[in-house]
Design a protein around this ligand. Sequence first.
Ligand SMILES: [Mn+2]
Length: 329
Amino acid sequence: MLTPVSAICETLKTQNDFLIVSHAMPDGDAIGSQLGLGLILQSLGKNFRLYNLSGFPDAFSWANPGFSFAQTLAELGNFKPKVCIFTDCGDSLRAGPEMARCLADRTFPLTVSIDHHRENPDFADINLVEPTASAASYLVGKIAKALNIPLKGELGQAVYLGLVEDTGSFSYGNTDADTLAMAAEIVKLGLSVGRFNACLENIWSLERFRFWGKLSSQIQLTHHNSIAYVCVTRKMLDEAGLTAADLSDFASNLRKIRGVKISAVIRENGENRVKISMRSILNVNIQKVAVHFGGGGHKNAAAMEMDGDIAGALQAVLPEMIKAADAAA
Ligand SMILES: [Mn+2]
């Protein structure tokens, strides 16, 4: 029987007309794994398109080899994908309603999922789902290696972007020897770590920095100071001229407070809708909290959305966070 990696390699070699999809509001791993797959298919001489409900984030423009990202299938015109590859999507809803509908209707003859979320139900025809993998882009790197495509140039950079994003620059508990070995291989093949980091990190607006200062003054601590959170209204972001992307990683930084086991950013996300991004330390498992509310993620980084306002979300979520914090005590 074929392993998922060899089944995917066979698919990439023998099929054509691919669509590469990742989750909405893409982070560095979603983008890195999408770009990486595109570059693999490009070197195999295949037809492919990229799709993301939220489009391509400006923050990663330096990593884009010139690929355009469709936000709707209609934008693809006459291109009819025969294989749809989902990357970094923990379930069939993460890429947005249009893709969820396509999966339900079996619009694409063949579907592939490359992912590392714990709750992934193997929703595609071919599933390369490894919850112990540090990043989806690590799995993309494995596929490139299995195809004898070296992790250099833009491909190396795309894979590296996912590794850096999901391991907090090789500092979180999911940073394993395999990840570091792949990163070392990419560096050996020419990636400049310093230049890469300047592209990724040296991009904050002054407004964003000031907003983080304001948010820091509003941190709430609860449950014997083991849970830290901030609440962000749409009005706050609008007044600062910022978007949700400017909050990226605030929750990870909140986790740095001594004694904090769980941190969270609770944010108004549209009309009567709230998004909660959580981080935790060591063996405190917040993925279970996210799944409880229909979201998902990883042991130390997870998120969910719910209807209602911030106060209602807090009331629902805090008891579950407390349970998770105490379960690991
Ligand atoms: Mn990921």
